[in-house]
Design a protein around this ligand. Structure first.
Ligand SMILES: Nc1ncnc2c1ncn2[C@@H]1O[C@H](COP(=O)(O)OP(=O)(O)OP(=O)(O)O)[C@@H](O)[C@H]1O
Ligand SMILES: [Mg+2]
Length: 253
């Protein structure tokens, strides 16, 4: 049996007493790419935030390997290093260069060797097409470049699982591609990823499995070729049709 790196068992999450995630069960294999799709407000970000222990949960358990993230005395700082998260807003420090942004946490939190971390950072910057930008400051970069730096910063912490929450949502359309291509490239390295995105073509290309979430419940889990051609529920069909309509609107514009 393939190794499960992440296990979510009977997860329940509430806000102000209202249940927003209902009995979520999901296991992710090492190297697997799971894309979470669903209408706005269905709980996609909440699910990722629970996995990264940014939110207390109200039932169920989440494990990375055999370590329970949701345990009362779980060492959160250590667990968070094993789960990297990239958000829509890249949150780089404006007073630090690209390189210093990237090496900050590996040096301060992981106490790693500066030379080794710097070499790794430079290698990654090269790979994501930012070879010449190590000594620039965030204000000198485009949104797409900043987001690629944010991805490299997370990767340099060597997370076992990478969570990406709508990382292209704030970007101009021409920059979306450059960031998604970096993520596609990463998926070839067997990086385990949970991705929330509204980019359907990207989702179809990168996913091993699609998880379709509606009102805090998993409605369907399917391989992308099934989900995008013969979704199991009417709700999923409607959801996909709303994107076709978006495509038509874009073509007309
Ligand atoms: N901090 C919070 N306090 C109270 N309610 C919240 C909080 N964060 C999210 N919610 C609610 O939980 C539900 C799920 O929100 P979530 O942000 O996870 O949705 P989403 O699927 O990521 O939506 P979107 O596609 O718009 O990003 C929504 O009803 C939202 O209003
Ligand atoms: Mg969200």
């Amino acid at each position: 049996m393939a190794e499960k790196i992440l296990r979510i068992e009977n997860l329940i999450k509430k806000y102000s007493g209202v249940t927003k995630l209902h009995d979520i069960n999901l296991s992710v294999e090492k190297g697997e790419v799971v894309v979470i799709l669903g209408p706005s407000g269905c709980g996609k970000s909440t699910l990722l935030r629970c996995i990264n222990a940014l939110e207390p949960v109200h039932g169920g358990k989440i494990f990375i390997d055999d370590d329970e993230i949701t345990a009362k005395n779980a060492p959160l700082s250590l667990l968070r290093q094993r789960i990297g998260m990239v958000f829509q807003s890249y949150d780089l420090f404006s007073h630090l260069s690209v390189l210093d942004n990237i090496i900050l946490a590996p040096l301060k939190v992981q106490k790693r060797n500066k030379k080794e971390v710097t070499e790794e950072a430079l290698k990654w910057l090269e790979r994501v097409g930012l070879g010449g930008k190590a000594h620039k400051y965030p204000r000198q970069l485009s949104g797409g470049e900043k987001q690629r730096v944010a991805i490299v910063r997370t990767l340099c912490m060597h997370p076992e699982v990478l969570l990406l929450d709508e990382i292209t949502a704030a970007l101009d359309p021409e920059m979306v591609h450059e960031v998604l291509n970096v993520v596609l490239d990463l998926s070839k390295d067997d990086t385990t990823m949970l991705i929330v995105t509204h980019e359907m073509r990207f989702a179809r290309a990168i996913a091993d499995r699609i998880v379709f979430l509606v009102e805090g419940k998993i409605e369907e889990i399917s391989p992308p070729e099934v989900f995008f051609t013969t979704p199991k529920t009417e709700r999923a069909k409607q959801f996909l049709e709303s994107f076709e309509y978006e495509d038509v609107k874009k073509e007309k514009a």
